[in-house]
Structure formats: structure tokens, C-alpha cells
Design a protein. Structure first.
Length: 114
């Protein structure tokens, strides 16, 4: 049974930082492309960042220079370090394994507000 369990969301002021974690089980983690997506009500889920098993990364233009995705294959965990957060980063953030046809976590709310 595949499980992706996110943690680390919450409320933060503009300019602040959060780190999301996603612990995976039930998959051969090191061979999967892992990603973080986000969704706001009324909009499509969008890719924030992804990282391949070998470490190559892709970022949405809106988060380049502010967010960093990383993975620890020994711990079956992927991270998203989010700095210089803006109100428009407010969304439910989802962990993904294997791109859009793959597996999803339950989501964690990130709210950026003063």
C-alpha cells in the first residue's frame, strides 16, 4: 500500500519560511520522480517543483529562487523549503510520486497572511 504523508504546513507571515516534508512508503522511492503541487479553490492543481531520483530539479517560474526541493533517498522523504513566502503562495500543497498519473498525499494547507 502506497502512502505519502505530508507535514509542515501552517500559517506564516509574508516574507517568512516553512519547510514541508513528505514521507513515502510502499514504493521504490529512489527511482520515482517526486514532486510538490499546489491548488487553490477554483483553479487547477499546478506543479511547484519536482526532483528526479538522481537529483535534477524543475521549478515553476513563480517560485524560482525562493523554494528549494530536495530528497533523502535513505529516509524515503522529499522536502520543500519555502522562503520569502508571499500571500499568493497560499494553497493546499500536495506531495506526488510519479507525476500526475502517480500517487498523491492528502495535502497540507499553507497560508501566508499577516
Amino acid at each position: 500500500q502506497v502512502q505519502l504523508v505530508e507535514s509542515g504546513g501552517g500559517l506564516v507571515q509574508p516574507g517568512g519560511s516553512l519547510r514541508l516534508s513528505c514521507a513515502a512508503s510502499g514504493i521504490s522511492f529512489s527511482i520515482y520522480v517526486m514532486g510538490w503541487y499546489r491548488q487553490v479553490p477554483g483553479k487547477q492543481r499546478e506543479l511547484v517543483a519536482s526532483i528526479a531520483g538522481g537529483g535534477s530539479t524543475v521549478y515553476a517560474d513563480s517560485v524560482k529562487g525562493r523554494f528549494t526541493i530536495s530528497r533523502d533517498n535513505a529516509k524515503n522523504t522529499v522536502y520543500l523549503q519555502m522562503n520569502s513566502l508571499k500571500p499568493e503562495d497560499t494553497a493546499v500543497y500536495y506531495c506526488n510520486a510519479g507525476r500526475t498519473q502517480g500517487y498523491w498525499g492528502q495535502g497540507t494547507q499553507v497560508t501566508v497572511s499577516s
